[in-house]
Design a protein around this ligand. Structure first.
Ligand code: G3H
Ligand code: 13P
Ligand code: ZN
Length: 305
């Protein structure tokens, strides 16, 4: 059966990554579906806790059903679940995988919570992602003040004790638009150490948006004020995918930016426009273009369906 586990194992063997793309409405999901169909690619469609409450669970499940009908290689994932209860809810709703993010807790508490989620999810065949180390940056519901790199020894202990199927590691990325004040870097040495200890565990990179300069220029040209935006470079992502065991790459910011920079442009240029389809439609096209290029040229998931 070509389930999520099948694709994660395939990605591990063939050194490509599944994009885990966040959606928060029909249009952002359509952009992901369209790009995945054009690329003949598997992908993960991610919903954060706040996106789940924004859309409501009925809409999320209905949208995911449509997505899977159009591309059966799309898998529904809970992003940054902060409690057992929200992970349980996602498992019960029929998600393919859940992330329990216990990274704000101390090691023992993180292990205990993650183990509890694994015990519940695994009984129902749902995969679990845990996080060890902290990935900085601020999103609505994802907050960490500093980047605490993952300790390879702790990662080993954590994976052994919890039985997670995927592990998110902190190696220098962060959430949001302002990831670096200087040149982007990633601690590939930490990744190598983790891989020596856990050679067959699928690893996850959060905060992996590249924050395209052209999108930032459009955003700022039409009244936006993102003056310090900088993302991860495509070269670093490619290295993490082709030379390491990163098989899930999380991207939200690039999708948000695609929509919002296009919206700014259309509304500035057309002061009488009132039709949301005009600006959301352009945002959707831009997001689709960006995601298709990622699947083909950075994640190498194109053609892997
Ligand atoms: O990693 C976090 C995601 O970008 C979700 O953010 O809680 O604002 O939907 P959100
Ligand atoms: P970005 O903010 O870099 O898109 O990261 C998103 C993410 O990690 C979702 O879990
Ligand atoms: Zn994240």
């Amino acid at each position: 059966m070509k389930d999520l586990k099948f694709y994660l194992n395939k990605a591990l063997k063939q050194h490509f990554a599944l994009g885990a793309f966040n959606f928060c409405n029909m249009e952002s999901l359509q952009a992901i579906i369209n790009a995945s169909l054009k690329a003949k690619s598997p992908a993960i469609i991610s919903v954060s806790e706040s996106a789940l409450s924004y859309m409501g669970e009925d809409f999320v499940m209905a949208l995911a059903k449509i997505a899977k009908k159009q591309n059966p290689a799309l898998f529904l994932h809970l992003d940054h679940g902060k409690s057992f209860e929200v992970c349980k809810k996602a498992v019960d709703l029929g998600f393919d995988s859940v992330m329990i993010d216990g990274s704000a807790f101390d090691f023992e508490k993180n292990v205990k919570l993650t183990k509890k989620v694994c015990a519940y999810a695994h009984k129902k065949g749902v995969l679990v992602e845990g996080e060890i180390g902290q990935i900085k940056g601020i999103e609505d519901n994802v907050k960490a003040d500093q980047n605490i790199y993952t300790s390879p020894e702790e990662a080993y202990k954590f994976a052994r004790e919890t039985g997670v199927d995927l592990l998110a590691v902190a190696i220098g990325t962060s959430h949001g638009v302002n990831k670096y004040s200087k040149n982007p870097t990633l601690r590939m040495d930490i990744l190598s150490e983790i891989e020596k200890l856990l050679p067959s565990l699928p690893l996850v990179l959060h905060g992996a948006s590249t924050v395209d300069e052209a999108l930032i220029k459009t955003f700022n040209d039409f009244g936006g004020q993102l003056t310090k935006a900088k993302g991860v470079s495509e070269e670093l992502l490619m290295e993490a995918v082709t030379k390491h065991n990163i098989v899930k790459i999380n991207t939200d910011t690039d999708i948000r930016l695609s929509f919002t920079s296009e919206t700014r442009k259309i509304l500035s240029e057309n002061k009488k426009e009132i039709d949301p389809r005009k600006y959301l439609g352009k945002g959707k096209e831009k997001a689709e273009e960006i995601l298709l290029a990622k699947m083909k040229n950075v994640l190498f998931s194109a053609g892997k369906k």
